[in-house]
Design a protein. Structure first.
Length: 291
């Protein structure tokens, strides 16, 4: 009996250790999310303000209004383009850094991860200067003859894609770097000994082993991009609004809190559905390839 009780106590220890964190998560995240969800069912009047009621009118308006549909589609496009760009840049970058000598590897990691030490607002203000019609990017492209005249990059979706990619690449590099560190170097050495070149080794040996890192990085980048506010607000402006900036306007400009809460709930639900579907798709393809 004593051994059984001791075994049960040891088995329950992890749950007790997780309890403080779960309580903190529930207080700081779950409770505000629940309050936002309940708020989304209320109505709003310009004269009476928030009207306590239970209605799906806010969701019906958002899902049927082409204006909100365009905002959600723009949010999805920016998130997908940013995720794809970060994958194409971050995966080779993490692999190349992992093959450098320790001194250069540390220096390159500091350079790649250094932007995370700077406020995203400061970085975005820098991109405002670079993307302006008189900015450095337009001057260089016109100077080398790539463009006949400066183009509008600021307050455009393209500008948001560029700035968001710069903001999110370090997260992809970190996720892929973690997976690369777990690869046994002998697998690559075996591939080289069998006559595989560098590209074939990366494609057939390294890439399948870092798929979990790519999956984790893409989920992080997509989720953060889809819910990002500062960069879309400063680069996209009023012309190219996304879901996060629309929620901000509903809460602080028009004061229509119920509709803003409904947009927030739909944004969270959309991100969760896309991330779950993407996770399942890649897991199945990875399992099929491994088999």
């Amino acid at each position: 009996m004593a051994d059984t009780a001791s075994h049960r106590m040891r088995a329950a220890t992890p749950y007790w250790l997780c309890t403080p964190g779960l309580i903190l998560l529930a207080v700081l995240l779950a409770v505000p999310m629940l309050m936002t969800f309940l708020l989304s069912f209320n109505a709003y009047s310009d004269t009476a303000g928030i009207i306590h009621s239970w209605s799906l009118a806010n969701y019906a308006e958002i899902l049927t209004d082409p204006y909100f549909a365009s905002i959600f589609l723009r949010t999805l496009r920016v998130a997908l383009v940013t995720t794809l760009a970060c994958t194409l840049i971050g995966v080779p970058e993490a692999y190349i850094i992992s093959r450098l000598k320790p001194r250069w590897r540390s220096l390159c990691l500091v350079v790649v991860l250094g932007p995370l030490l700077v406020s995203v607002v400061v970085r975005t203000l820098g991109w405002q200067i670079l993307l302006a019609r008189t900015g450095l990017i337009n001057q260089v492209l016109v100077g080398i003859g790539a463009l006949p005249h400066p183009v509008d990059l600021l307050f455009t979706e393209t500008g948001m894609d560029i700035a968001m990619t710069h903001v999110m690449v370090p997260y992809m590099v970190l996720a892929v770097w973690t997976s690369i560190r777990q690869i046994d170097p002998r697998t690559e050495q075996a591939a080289h000994s069998l006559g595989a070149n560098g590209f074939t080794t990366f494609r057939r040996v390294v890439l399948p082993q870092i798929v979990p890192g790519i999956l984790s990085g893409s989920i992080i980048v997509f989720s953060l991009t889809a819910s990002s506010f500062a960069t879309p607000e400063l680069i996209g402006g009023r012309r190219e609004k996304v879901a996060a900036t629309t929620i901000y306007d509903q809460f602080l400009t028009t004061l229509n809190w119920p509709e803003g809460a409904a947009i927030a709930c739909l944004l969270i639900a959309s991100i969760m559905i896309i991330v779950f579907a993407w996770n399942r798709l890649l897991e199945r393809r990875y399992a099929a390839a491994a088999a």
